[in-house]
Design a protein. Structure first.
Length: 79
């Protein structure tokens, strides 16, 4: 079975107001908790400061599927 089909990660859904004052929903999928935490620490403050934005949901241990990816991911928790 393809290891990408069985990988679990983090899904963050957020909403932001664009330059035309319309809301946009965005979903970001992360391969593991650490990458999601890094994004929340490094990138989220920039997004939140530049535009009105709020996090709608955070799903941990969510199935993540990369249908067009040839990259093989390794779960660092089992190293």
């Amino acid at each position: 079975m393809n290891e990408l089909n069985d990988h679990h990660g983090v899904i963050i859904e957020y909403v932001m107001v664009n330059n035309r004052d319309l809301t946009e929903s965005r979903i970001i999928r992360f391969i593991n908790n650490q990458v999601a935490c890094d994004w929340l620490t490094d990138q989220w403050p920039i997004i939140h400061t530049r535009q009105r934005a709020w996090i709608k949901s955070i799903q941990t241990h969510a199935p993540i599927y990369y249908p067009d990816s040839s990259i093989r991911f390794k779960d660092s928790s089992h190293v």
